[in-house]
Ligand binder design. Structure first.
Ligand SMILES: Nc1nc2c(c(=O)[nH]1)N[C@H]1C(S)=C(S)[C@@H](COP(=O)(O)O)O[C@H]1N2
Ligand SMILES: [Mo]
Length: 331
């Protein structure tokens, strides 16, 4: 889209991703140039947060480590961890993950989201499931939760912006919900839709031309893969709004933007539907969006990723390391 003008200083050579001092200097340079963090976001919005955010040492924005509002979160009893998905990295601190969120309905900046979503009402909430299914239905969230067998699984989430986290989600496989509604054989795509209410979500008011509501879609085969997960909790309790409560998708082998938050509708359809980011910025948000170090983002390399919180740098792995589960979908 041509309304997005990218300043030259914005290009991040790959080595800068690994070099904090370069970041500091570059930030100083940007300041001299008159680009404050907010100014850049404003100029580029609704493009996602930017090199500054990709390489920022998070400690700056995250201290003091205030405990999240635990009393607001309902613990999930008898949660069993599913260990089928090995992870080789240190878990991301809950306070780090919970204070650094992409949620454009609220803000184009990550740091304010957890506060902005504080008053978000996740009850009553229901998910309408329809389209090419034999048993369409509107599922009230608590009823849905009571009929699903919940499990915990630790998976990595890799944002297209080159940061990553690893968190214990809880919820149920998407295939369990698919079993309930019995899709017809003509269903080829599953489309997910986030709530739309500009009174609740200031981002929807601020960027009225964006193709709200946020939508995402995957193929039926992808949806039936055991890795496709409906998360209703994190760190052993209900899912706070900044993470997409009360219910979101988690697709660990795809870039994070596919893992749509705060879902109100799921449709089984025949034709490939348009999706939010792919409509807005198709060059930057590929439709399939499988994590792949060999396909650079137009503005940065995807060869490395930075863990939020610790700042550790790792080589990006194809399918985010989940090739054993999903590679066969694409052969
Ligand atoms: N509805 C909605 N879902 C969304 C987003 C969003 O802006 N709106 N951002 C996506 C992006 S870009 C990422 S990286 C993840 C971030 O999830 P987290 O905040 O739980 O880490 O949510 C995804 N889901
Ligand atoms: Mo993302």
């Amino acid at each position: 889209m041509s309304h997005i003008i990218i300043p030259k200083a914005w290009k991040i050579p790959e080595k800068e991703v690994t070099d904090e001092s370069v970041y500091r200097n570059r930030r100083h340079f940007l300041k001299l140039m008159g680009f404050t963090a907010l100014g850049i976001a404003g100029a580029l919005s609704p493009a996602p947060a930017l090199a500054e955010k990709i390489i920022a040492p998070l400690a700056e924005s995250l201290d003091p480590p205030i405990k999240l509002l635990q009393n607001k979160y309902r613990p999930i009893p008898d949660l069993k961890r599913n260990d089928d998905y090995p992870y080789m990295r240190q878990l991301t601190d809950e306070n780090v993950a919970g204070k650094f969120n992409n949620f454009y309905e609220f803000s184009a900046e990550k740091e304010p989201v957890w506060k902005m979503t504080n008053g978000f009402k996740d009850r009553p909430w229901s998910v309408e499931v329809g389209g090419l299914v034999d048993k369409p239905g509107t599922f009230a969230i608590d009823e849905l939760l009571s009929t699903m067998s919940l499990e915990e699984r630790v998976t990595r989430l890799r944002c297209v912006e080159a940061w990553a986290m690893i968190v214990p989600w809880s919820g149920f496989p998407l295939s369990d919900l698919i079993d309930k509604v019995q899709p017809k054989s003509s269903a080829r795509y599953v489309k997910f839709t986030t709530f739309e209410d500009a009174e609740i979500a200031p981002g929807q008011k601020r960027y009225p031309k964006n193709p709200w509501p946020y939508t995402e879609a995957i193929t039926m085969q992808e949806a039936l893969n055991e890795l496709s997960f409906m998360a209703t909790g994190i760190y052993g309790h209900s899912l706070p709004a900044q993470h997409g409560g009360p219910i979101r998708l988690v697709l660990p082998w795809k870039y994070g933007f596919k893992s749509i938050k705060s879902i109100v509708r799921i449709d089984f359809i025949e034709q490939k539907p348009a999706t939010f980011w792919n409509t807005l910025l198709p060059n930057e948000y590929e439709y399939e969006a499988n994590v792949n170090p060999d396909i650079p983002h137009p503005r940065w390399s995807q060869r490395r990723e930075k863990m939020i919180g610790t700042g550790e740098i790792y080589a990006t792995v194809k399918y985010n390391g989940y090739g054993d589960f999903v590679a066969s979908l694409y052969s």
